[in-house]
Ligand binder design. Structure first.
Ligand code: MTE
Ligand code: MO
Length: 360
């Protein structure tokens, strides 16, 4: 396998962990660009970066279907249609540090609000592959396994996870082999990964090895144990906790950055908002009086399923200290809670963000 530490990214990104390599996009860059260049796309890796030959690497399709089969990545490129689409991926740990400040979280990567990025992905629609399957009625889940090697609790295994077969975002999911118009790099799951927009990034399995039609969710550690909203690490707690799936509605302030000096007058606030698969971001609002009154920000990017939208607002601010609240509302009427829904692994933090602004 390849070294996971990425020298180029370590210079330009906020490194959360060197080995395996995990890094977030600087907030100012997120506010600057709808699509992140591949060199600035966040990275979340749990294990090795496999080095796979696209000519010989096979994706196995197995389980509850009439005829299990394998397709090499070359065959996928030649036999299935190619489409491109812009999608955002967001890690379940995005904004974990803020949740940690509210109530401590131990042993997890300290992600700021930059564990997400947007790219133009290209590849075969997942649906095109599923159309080649004579699926048995008992199949209710798509179970994914990877070619990487992850170590947990003394065992080494490939990363995996699953989504229900009735998940509507399957219609917008890709077997992706290009990223921003170039071959998908190994760091981001090349030669072939899943891109499942609107759903927690953990299900967009990189270095895809197999797709199994199954009656049950994946038995992989990253489906059954991690990525659940447990209140404690006791087995009874995580065994019954909901498995993460759809992304929650969220809004984040990117600019000004906390250390940026502000002078009285017109101050531009900028950030991003995102929501789950079935909804569009409808509104982003700012409050400077603890939620009593709200002003609407402009959504800069067109509302698109499975994509974030950046927002911006100009405020006239006199000298003083402000606490700025930011909240998003989506097309299903979902709004952010005022208090965090604390969980032991610090996932899906989407409480209304409260940021201090000091104007001199
Ligand atoms: N797939 C494999 N095989 N191994 C992994 O560690 N991490 C997952 C997902 N797919 C992971 C994986 C998680 S938690 C996220 S958030 C996304 O990949 C991150 O994708 P990126 O590294 O391209 O940003
Ligand atoms: Mo993630």
């Amino acid at each position: 396998s390849l070294p996971s530490f990425d020298l180029a990214k370590s210079a330009t990104m906020q490194v959360v962990q060197a080995e395996p390599f995990n890094a977030g996009t600087p907030l100012a860059e997120l506010a600057d660009s709808y699509i992140q260049p591949t060199s600035h796309f966040f990275v979340r890796t749990h294990g090795t970066i496999p080095s796979l030959d696209p000519e010989t690497t096979t994706i196995h399709v197995q389980g509850l279907l009439a005829q299990p089969f394998g397709m090499s990545i070359t065959e996928i490129k030649q036999q299935l249609p190619y489409i491109e689409q812009v999608s955002t991926l967001q890690c379940a740990g995005n904004r974990r540090q803020e949740m940690h400040a509210y109530q401590p979280i131990y042993g997890e990567l300290p992600w700021g609000a930059n564990g997400l990025s947007t790219a133009t992905w290209g590849g075969a629609p997942l649906r095109a592959l599923l159309e080649r399957c004579e699926i048995e009625p008992a199949a209710l889940h798509l179970v994914f396994e990877s070619y990487d090697q992850v170590e947990r609790h003394g065992q080494t295994f490939g990363y995996g996870g699953s989504i229900p077969l009735n998940e509507p975002m399957i219609e917008h999911s890709l077997l992706a082999y290009t990223m921003n118009g170039a071959p998908l790099p190994a760091l981001h799951g090349g030669p072939l990964r899943l891109v499942i927009p609107g759903i927690v990034g953990a299900r967009s399995v990189k270095w895809l090895r197999s797709i199994e039609l199954s009656a049950e969710p994946s038995h992989n550690y990253f489906q059954r144990r991690a990525y659940r909203l447990a209140q404690s690490s006791e087995p009874e707690a995580w065994q019954t906790a909901p498995m993460l799936h759809e992304l929650p509605v969220n809004a984040v302030l990117c600019l000004p950055t906390p250390d940026q000096p502000l002078t009285a007058g017109t101050i531009t606030l900028a950030g991003y908002a995102i929501t789950g698969g079935q909804a569009l971001v409808e509104r982003v609002e700012i409050s400077l009086d603890q939620g009593q009154t709200w002003q609407s920000a402009r959504l800069i990017d067109p509302p698109t399923l499975g994509c974030w939208s950046r927002w911006q607002i100009e405020l006239e601010l006199a000298v003083g200290a402000y606490q700025c609240w930011v909240r998003a509302t989506d097309s299903l009427g979902q709004q952010q809670p005022e208090q965090p829904a604390w969980n032991v692994k610090g996932y899906h933090h989407n409480a209304i963000q409260r940021v201090r602004l000091t104007v001199c």
